[in-house]
Write a new protein. Structure first.
Length: 145
């Protein structure tokens, strides 16, 4: 397994243990993790702390040229907000664990020049399917339903 996807899955599992939504993310530059995070909307009472947003926040302020060399890993297809942030900072590539349980604006993101790699990772799918079945109200809140 890709070690960076593995790190994102570890973040998702940590979020679940904390009582949150099991989505994880890492930001990689030069084959090194510079930021990691997980969905902490529940834990922090936040409206916007999706996994990718938490990851980018934890990476701290980077230079534009750093983002332009980065790869964003996420266990789940990024939503409009998180995809928009990747577009804003010109992150050229996003590796997505799975988009079976949720699909963000992938066509639009691609049309704006971001390379998407969708892995359909078994563990990522299992985590989300189980969570959605067990906590549909929390899942619907997270995706704005």
């Amino acid at each position: 397994m890709d070690p960076f996807l593995k790190a994102a899955i570890e973040e998702a599992e940590l979020g679940l243990k904390e009582g949150g939504i099991p989505i994880g993310s890492v930001l990689v530059i030069g084959n090194k993790i510079v930021g990691r995070g997980h969905n902490r909307r529940v834990q922090k009472g936040s409206a916007i702390l999706h996994a990718e947003m938490d990851c980018l926040e934890n990476a701290g302020r980077l230079k534009a040229k750093d983002y332009q060399k980065a790869i964003l890993y996420s266990t789940l297809s990024p939503c409009d907000m998180c995809s928009g942030t990747a577009l804003l900072y010109k992150i050229p590539r996003i590796v997505i664990g799975e988009n079976k349980t949720f699909q963000g604006p992938e066509s639009y993101t691609r049309s704006r020049g971001i390379q998407l790699e969708i892995l359909q990772d078994k563990r990522c799918i299992e985590i989300m399917e189980k969570f959605i079945k067990e906590r549909p109200e929390l899942w619907n809140e997270d995706i704005g339903v």
